[in-house]
Design a binder for this molecule. Structure first.
Ligand code: B12
Ligand code: SF4
Length: 478
């Protein structure tokens, strides 16, 4: 049986944003591929249109030539339309092929996802086990509709099977099959310093025990599960042997479990690994011993979600952090020369001019190495989205207008500021943060290569352009 694991390209709008940080191999599909490719009679291939960049006319020919029996496509909110289009094209050229989708959008809104009739099955949550069971059932020509986590259509209605418990022992899953994709075409700007190392992403845990109301990490619920430090180190060793120099750890929060981190860092040192890595962390999970250990294990950067500079707002959005913890975390990073990136969101439900100003002020006071300012977008899977859905908020399902939190294109505001005002505040915050003489001077002192200088100048140009755009276009749809 020929199985093709595919990723539809982002809309040009999303691509223009996500590509600034580079493109990474679709880890979810690579995990699925590793999990099923040893099944008897299975022939698995990968097709990521974010790097291959074929227009529908061209990939139509590719599907015709490869003639897979099953096409599994990963779907996020930002790729609903391109995924639906890909599914239709598969059915057009290969009417007997089975089209399966999985990923964040399908997990959050399975019924809506299967609105597209070209999709035969969906999978909610972790995909490994349901996908394997589905392939075996199809191979043996059995009815697959009893498989837990499966979404299917019966008599025109979309049905969603109950979920199985999350995979208990993550060490039993093989390392992701990155080799299914053209690995040399991926490059991530892991530490924002434009080093020339070969880089990739890695996942050490699934789920997040926190419940921030704007976040769509619903796939694994609040269930948090980790691989063993030994298992992660073994994958890192393999990556180092394959010539990788930098990793981005894409766990929702890498620093949840203090004991795990300390053990991981100790083993990393003992093994003499040289890989440099960045991760997503939470300011409430760090102390000096942890940061020191991470530095010794070659951590080069941490990203923190600060979200708001107003303590009351932090409570309202269930962030579970204090501003004092934020100051401590950034200070510890500075002390140990680990880059800090702090992210903030404007437009939380109930944000006012005063709370938004608090956020701008705190971003300058924290003075992290990098900052990212977003406008609230109610992403499917988040509690905010659920709430708006119940209230039948208009325009909520215009999927091609979802760009993550990077930019305002949805005409939704849940606070005192209008969508246009939020957009302008965002541009202003970028400007105030990155165009401080002291900051510019500090950044220049870190430049070690012509590429790094180019990256810095390009960053400055983007912020400058963003500022101009918002000044001169009162309503921007791009
Ligand atoms: C790395 C990453 C990126 C990278 C690369 C994405 C990539 N190539 O995979 C970059 C930087 C490019 C990126 C960009 C964006 N991202 Co992003 N990203 C992530 C991150 C941190 C990790 C993804 C990952 O590798 N996960 C690990 C794998 C194992 O999990 P998985 O992909 O979900 O796959 C499992 C299941 O979902 C399922 N599955 C997945 N696909 C399929 C397919 C089939 C057929 C089946 C059966 C099952 C299945 O099985 C897999 C194994 O169990 C996630 C957060 C997260 N923890 O997932 C956010 C996340 C996916 N991103 C998100 C967002 C919002 C964006 C952007 C819109 C950001 C922006 N521009 O503002 C863009 C959109 C890009 C796009 N393609 O649409 C949201 C998506 C929310 C949503 N409702 O769609 C997430 C969930 C973050 C969050 N908590 O809000 N992202
Ligand atoms: S924002 Fe981060 S900490 Fe909060 S729920 Fe999402 S992944 Fe967890």
């Amino acid at each position: 049986m020929k199985v093709m694991l595919a990723c539809a390209n982002d809309s040009p709008l999303v691509a223009s944003f996500s590509e600034k940080g580079g493109i990474s191999v679709p880890l979810g599909l690579a995990y699925l591929g590793a999990f099923v490719r040893d099944l008897p009679g299975m022939q698995v291939s990968g097709f990521d249109n974010n790097v291959i960049k074929l227009v529908p006319q061209q990939y139509r020919e590719l599907f015709r030539a490869e003639a897979p029996d099953v096409v599994g496509i990963s779907i996020l909110t930002a790729t609903v339309h391109t995924t639906w289009e890909m599914a239709r094209i598969v059915k057009e050229v290969l009417p007997h092929a089975v089209v399966v989708v999985g990923g964040m959008q399908c997990s959050a809104l399975p019924e809506d996802t299967l609105e597209e009739q070209a999709i035969d099955y969906g999978v909610v949550g972790e995909g490994e086990e349901p996908f394997r069971e589905l392939l075996v059932a199809l191979q043996e020509k059995r009815d697959p509709t009893g498989i837990p986590n499966l979404v299917y259509r019966r008599e025109g209605k979309v049905l969603v099977n109950p979920r199985r418990p999350p995979i208990r022992d993550l060490d039993t899953i093989p390392f992701p099959a990155r080799d299914l994709f053209d690995i040399d075409r991926y490059r991530l700007n892991v530490n924002r310093r434009a080093t020339s190392s070969k880089s990739t992403t890695i996942l050490t845990s699934r789920g997040c025990p926190y419940g921030c109301i704007f976040c769509s990490s619903s796939i694994y619920g609040r269930h948090f599960n980790q691989r063993s430090p030994q298992n992660v180190i073994a994958e890192m060793k393999l990556l180092e042997q394959q010539g990788y120099g930098e990793l981005l750890i894409v766990d929702d929060t890498f620093t949840v479990n203090r004991k795990w981190i300390l053990e991981f860092c100790e083993r990393y040192r003992q093994e003499g690994l040289e890989l440099r890595w960045n991760c997503h962390a939470r300011v409430n999970t760090l102390d000096e011993e942890v940061v020191r250990a991470m530095k010794a294990a070659h951590c080069t950067g941490m990203a923190f979600g600060i979200e708001s500079g107003n303590p009351e707002m932090l409570r309202k959005i269930d962030k579970g952090i204090t501003l004092e913890q934020a100051h401590n975390a950034v200070a510890l990073c500075r002390k140990y020369r680990i880059d800090s990136l702090c992210s903030y969101i404007f437009g939380h439900p109930g944000d006012t001019w005063a709370t938004v100003k608090d956020t701008m002020r705190v971003s300058l006071a924290l003075d992290s190495d990098f900052a990212n300012f977003c406008v609230m977008v109610p992403m499917p899977g988040s509690r905010i989205f659920e709430d708006l859905l119940k209230r039948e908020y208009p325009g909520l399902k215009e999927w091609d207008r979802y760009l993550g939190h990077s930019r305002r294109v949805l005409d939704i505001s849940l606070c005192d500021l209008s969508p246009d005002e939020l957009h302008r505040v965002q541009a202003q915050a970028f400007w105030r943060f990155y165009f401080r003489p002291r900051y510019i001077w500090r950044r220049f002192l870190t430049i070690k290569s012509a590429t790094a200088l180019f990256t810095l100048l390009r960053g400055a140009y983007i912020v400058f352009l963003f500022q101009l755009q918002t000044r001169f276009k009162r309503r921007s749809n791009v």
